[in-house]
Design a protein around this ligand. Structure first.
Ligand SMILES: *Cc1c(COP(=O)(O)O)cnc(C)c1O
Length: 810
């Protein structure tokens, strides 16, 4: 494309003039961004076409990763990196008087996801393309991504994220690939040629139009597709209501509005189920549009349908796209004329499912009546799947009515989506060893017994290209200097760094890079908050969605305690700390929003207090997102991964911090357990209850939060400060709800129970940081082991152990 700076500059100038009709001198950063983005996409276009031709010639299996969320963030920097032109472009732009970092800031952060689950999907896309697998994303092109968070007077305020306001240079609208998705209506069945035929009538049709985004692999030549579907109205009057007809203009407008709402916005709930009709509509829209398009591609091959499972894999990211199962059954039976048994055999050889949570509030259960009204044919199919499954169970466990009702797909008036996903797929995976064990031994025990080979573990991962190469170039360069560049394509070889862990000169360099990154973040924070940030303090970072189980509350209660100690003894000896928070709360999650307010209130009190000057500062950075994460994580010394044990299925934030040299303070939860297995007690700071203990408390009781409050005077003091007039509680009753949840509702997440050991562990961190040589050694050991958590590793396992696919060679 352009292998040297001079060619780039020349091509770029011409493009700019052609694109904008203005000379370079008049171009704004936004102009530069648009031109550069379009140029890169066009360049990738050639490889995109070639990759698709390669897939056709190869005739191999293609995997489609269905996900309601793809939290991809910005693409420019990563695409430049994967195209291998990042440095050429950076230098070329500098010559032209522009700074690439500023140009990157022009791109809207594609926030089409809530948090970990959506970010995982994005990391997987990067690894699939970089490892040259035929693996594509299927998603929704939400007009509004996750809300933009502002902090006003310490409170979270949500603003709509109209990310498409700026032109999206990465997507290509593919009108020729559109399909129709049908809602409502009713189903007629009748016999024809000796078989029962189902006909969907009086439906409302929606036009699904795909927008394709090229997913550029690290070798630049392999380009997969992220196909995001947009809902649009059918414009020929009379067509949209199917056989019902009608062309009333008023009705049309109403219809148009309701159709467009399907891909209007992303539901802002993380780990929380919302049984809203519109959400169900979104889910079916994704599944039906995605599948129809996949089947159409398969049909072009002219192969018999029993080969479909050899050519297509369908992976569902959590239960949100579970409707691919009945939808595929519908297509195979109603449109392709297959029998139930043929269709079921094919379907269950195609679908694999990732479970992301055991939180009961996150398990999807749709009301039967809602599914029946919105998707009448789909509901009939789900009922039949359930009836046949229950019959199997009755054969296997005669008379064991209790077991059958525990396992049934439809129970009472609800469809249990996780059960449908398990029954209708050939593989069910958890996302970390501990999580998978809890699934198999506890939550889904009955299913694991019934399907002994179905459950497996695939520990999550993160793409080291975004989270290390792109986010932390100085550290990347240092690793290259030390062990060469092979680790970039074989991240597990980062383990070679271990031999430098005690090397003073290497330690010095690691320390210098961390300081450089901290200075950069300090400057960013100062520019937002107008306060000085001490780069010599410990940067102690807690960034992730706000949720009870993630225990931001434990963190802030500890900070209040620390504050109390300093007030009692202003000359207390401690290494200065800067506590950094970032977290969005679901708009309807009141307790979470109160926690944000508490953090900001404490920040206000502490940051202003002359007694703690130079010791503790607290910053809540608003609008935590992928691009903000890329700024924060390389600058962290301490990574807070303090979820209630058993609750965080894996976590991926923990991995990003580890890869950037932060030390973890964490519970034995999710992937922290595997981190600990690699680096041991010496290189991370573990505390708190173990998963087994937490689960036993839930099962057998025996935990009394109030006893701890009464016995631990430090905690009593802190909690009382939330509800008695003073610097923290100046408005009346602001934090009563938090107090109440801890004491009257018996502290669902064991905040009080883990408080003492959390406090102790922070003292240990303070002590450890004073020995910089030893701290740096730990940091290097963390970096060295982090290659294991590259999503390249994770995806290779999905490929060989679940999907049975190999890289598509040139
Ligand atoms: C990685 C990431 C997450 C997930 O973080 P956890 O600590 O695993 O919950 C959430 N949001 C963003 C923007 C991320 O980059």
């Amino acid at each position: 494309m352009f292998n040297d700076k001079e060619t780039f500059k020349q091509v770029f100038r011409e493009k700019l003039i052609g694109n904008l009709g203005k000379p370079l001198e008049e171009a704004s950063n936004a102009d530069i961004y648009n031109t550069l983005g379009n140029m890169i996409r066009e360049n990738a276009g050639k490889h995109w076409v070639e990759t698709n031709q390669r897939f056709k010639a190869d005739k191999g299996k293609q995997v489609y990763y269905f996900s309601m969320e793809f939290l991809i963030g910005r693409l420019l920097g990563n695409n430049l990196l994967n195209m291998g032109v990042l440095e050429v472009v950076r230098e070329g732009l500098a010559d032209l008087g522009f700074c690439l970092k500023d140009i990157e800031e022009e791109e809207a952060d594609a926030g089409l996801g809530n948090g970990g689950l959506g970010r995982l999907a994005a990391c997987f896309l990067d690894s699939l393309a970089s490892l040259q697998y035929a693996g594509h994303g299927t998603g929704i092109r939400y007009k509004y991504g996750l809300f933009e968070q502002k902090i006003v007077d310490g409170y979270q305020v949500e603003l709509p994220d109209y990310w498409l306001q700026k032109e999206n240079v990465w997507e290509v609208r593919r009108e020729d690939k559109q399909v129709e998705v049908k809602f409502w209506g009713h189903v007629d069945s009748y016999e024809k040629d000796g078989r029962l035929v189902f006909e969907h009538k009086d439906y409302e049709a929606v036009r699904a139009v795909p927008y394709d985004i090229p997913v550029i692999g690290a070798d630049r030549r392999h380009v997969n597709t992220l196909r995001n579907w947009s809902a649009e109205s059918i414009t020929q009057p009379g067509r949209m209501f199917g056989s019902r007809g009608g062309s009333d203009y008023h009705k049309f407008l109403e219809y148009k509005r309701s159709v467009e709402s399907i891909s209007e916005f992303l539901y802002p709930d993380d780990s929380q189920y919302e049984g809203k009709l519109l959400r169900l509509k979104q889910q079916y829209f994704l599944c039906s549009a995605g599948l129809q398009s996949i089947i159409r591609t398969f049909d072009k091959l002219g192969l018999p349908y029993d080969t479909l499972p050899d050519k297509v894999g369908l992976h569902i990211n959590d239960t949100h796209p579970t409707l691919v199962i009945p939808e595929l059954m519908r297509i195979l039976m109603d449109l392709k004329g297959m029998s139930w048994d043929e269709a079921w055999d094919i379907t269950t050889r195609m679908v694999s499912y990732t479970n992301h949570t055991i939180l009961s509030e996150a398990l999807e259960k749709w009301p039967v009546t809602m599914v029946k009204e919105l998707l009448p044919r789909i509901q009939l199919i789900i009922e039949e799947i359930n009836a046949r499954f229950c019959r199997e169970l009755m054969d296997r466990y005669p008379g064991n009515q209790e077991r059958i009702s525990q396992m049934a797909i439809i129970y009472g008036d609800q469809v249990r989506m996780a059960h449908l996903a398990i029954v209708g797929s050939y593989s069910v995976n958890g996302v970390a060893a501990l999580h998978t064990e809890i699934l198999q031994k506890r939550e889904m025990k009955l299913f694991d017994e019934y399907y002994p080979h179905r459950f497996n573990n695939k520990t999550n991962g993160i793409t080291h290209r975004r989270w290390l190469l792109h986010a932390n170039p100085p550290l990347t360069n240092l690793i290259n200097e030390a062990i060469g560049t092979r680790w970039i394509t074989h991240p597990q070889e980062m383990i070679g760094l271990i031999k430098y862990c005690e090397d003073s000169s290497f330690q010095e360099k690691v320390s210098g890079i961390k300081r450089q990154n901290k200075l950069r973040l300090a400057e960013f924070i100062s520019s937002k908050h107008g306060e000085k940030v001490d780069p010599d303090s410990i940067f102690d970072v807690h960034v992730k969605r706000l949720h009870g189980y993630k225990r931001q509350l434990l963190n802030i209660l500890h900070i209040i305690h620390l504050y109390n100690q300093i007030k009692a003894n202003p000359s207390m000896d401690m290494v200065p700390r800067t506590f950094i928070f970032g977290a969005k709360a679901a708009p309807s999650y009141h307790l979470a929003k109160r926690t944000i307010k508490l953090i900001n209130t404490v920040a206000d009190v502490v940051n202003k207090d002359p007694d703690v000057k130079g010791k503790v500062r607290i910053f809540f950075l608003e609008n935590y997102s992928v691009s903000l994460a890329e700024k924060i994580i390389p600058a962290a010394d301490v990574s807070e991964q303090i979820s209630t044990a058993s609750k965080e299925a894996s976590g991926t934030g923990n991995m990003k911090f580890m890869m950037n040299g932060a030390l973890t303070i964490g519970t034995m939860d999710g992937a922290n357990v595997e981190m600990h297995e690699m680096i041991g007690d010496d290189n991370m700071f573990l505390f708190g209850l173990r998963a087994e203990q937490v689960l036993d408390y839930y099962q057998y009781g025996g935990y009394y939060a109030r006893n701890i409050y009464n016995e631990d005077s430090r905690l009593k003091e802190v909690l009382d400060q939330l509800v008695t007039p003073g610097p923290i509680c100046c408005h009346t009753q602001e934090f009563d709800q938090i107090f109440h949840s801890l004491l009257d509702n018996n502290d669902e997440y064991f905040v009080l129970k883990d408080f003492a050991s959390y406090v102790e562990t922070h003292v240990e961190i303070d002590r450890a940081y004073r020995n910089q040589k030893d701290w740096l050694k730990k940091s290097i050991i963390n970096i060295g082991h982090s290659g294991k958590f590259s999503s390249d590793n994770t995806i290779s396992r999905y490929a060989s152990e679940i999907w049975n696919i190999s890289p598509v060679k040139f």
